[in-house]
Write a protein that binds this ligand. Structure first.
Ligand code: NJP
Length: 245
């Protein structure tokens, strides 16, 4: 459809699947992440299917890296119509283990990273007086799970920021904001769990129920994107049927 998207965390999982789906729908996709080998492979895959993609090395934690990436996409394509704030991580541990490095990393990527990309893209969308921002929060952005306290705190922040953003820029700047809240999706997110107990727990969970696939979330993003301009699909809870709520 000729639109331009910036997708963070596009090197794997939900981000990569979203890039593939959007590209198939005619969107030019800026693929942002740190692992450029993954981005180059995805870009080639998208091109093979007739789509357009750019690989953009970006660490969302670093404002300079984010600004440079956004500039690269705008210089190449002239606009940014869609921002998919998707980069994130989820190491699990109990609070009393005091794994403060992991806590800070989650705050840096899940919250500050999302603020960095939003700040870098917003001026462009405001100039255009149009845009659509997707924020990947989580079921953990509405509810608290044991072992996930800090992750839940970061995703509650994403949900709260999405609500505020929608309130402030929806009418004023004609920008839609959709908060995505997935349940369990089979991705590499779970590979970062270092705690053996929680690792086992997640493996057990995966045996007990059929997790969502990344493409399921990509489909819901496309659904919200393709809604008529006066419709803002504000929030999407998407759970495995067996996960419940
Ligand atoms: O995980 P994964 P998902 N700068 O590990 C990137 C949320 N979510 O697809 O930089 C830039 O495959 C990393 O790229 P790289 C979750 O919280 C998931 O599941 O190359 N990018 C990779 O592409 C997250 O917000 C589930 O390492 C950085 C991507 O993040 C989103 O879904 C459930 C980065 C992670 O991809 C996508 O996660 C739920 C940085 N500094 C919410 N650090 C679920 N899977 O069950 C990391 O409710 N990335």
């Amino acid at each position: 459809n000729g639109k331009i998207a910036l997708i963070t965390g596009a090197s794997s999982g939900i981000g990569a699947a979203t890039a593939t789906r959007l590209a198939a729908a005619g969107v030019t996709v800026g693929l942002a992440a740190r692992r450029t080998d993954r981005l180059d492979a995805l870009k080639a895959d998208i091109a093979e299917r007739g789509g357009n993609a750019l690989a953009i090395e970006m660490d969302v934690v670093e404002p300079a890296s984010v600004e440079a990436g956004v500039r690269t996409l705008v210089d190449a394509c002239g606009s940014i119509d869609i921002l998919v704030n998707n980069a994130g991580l989820m190491p699990l541990s109990d609070i009393d283990q005091l794994k403060t490095d992991e806590w800070h990393r989650m705050v840096d990527v899940n919250v500050k990273g999302l603020l960095n990309t939003t700040a870098a893209v917003l001026p462009q969308m405001i100039r255009q007086h149009s845009g659509h921002i997707f924020n990947t929060s989580s079921i953990a952005g509405r509810k608290i799970f044991k072992g996930l306290s800090v992750y839940c705190a970061t995703k509650h922040a994403v949900t709260a920021f999405s609500d505020g953003l929608r309130m402030e820029i929806g009418q004023k700047h004609n920008i839609r904001v959709t908060c995505i809240q997935p349940g369990a999706v089979a991705t590499e997110l779970y590979d970062q769990i270092t705690d053996p107990g929680y690792r086992q727990q997640m493996d057990d969970l995966a045996r007990q129920m059929t997790f969502l696939q990344s493409a399921d979330i990509a489909d819901t993003i496309l659904f919200a994107l393709q809604a008529p301009g006066h419709v803002n699909v504000a929030e999407l809870f998407v759970l495995p049927t067996e996960q419940g709520w």
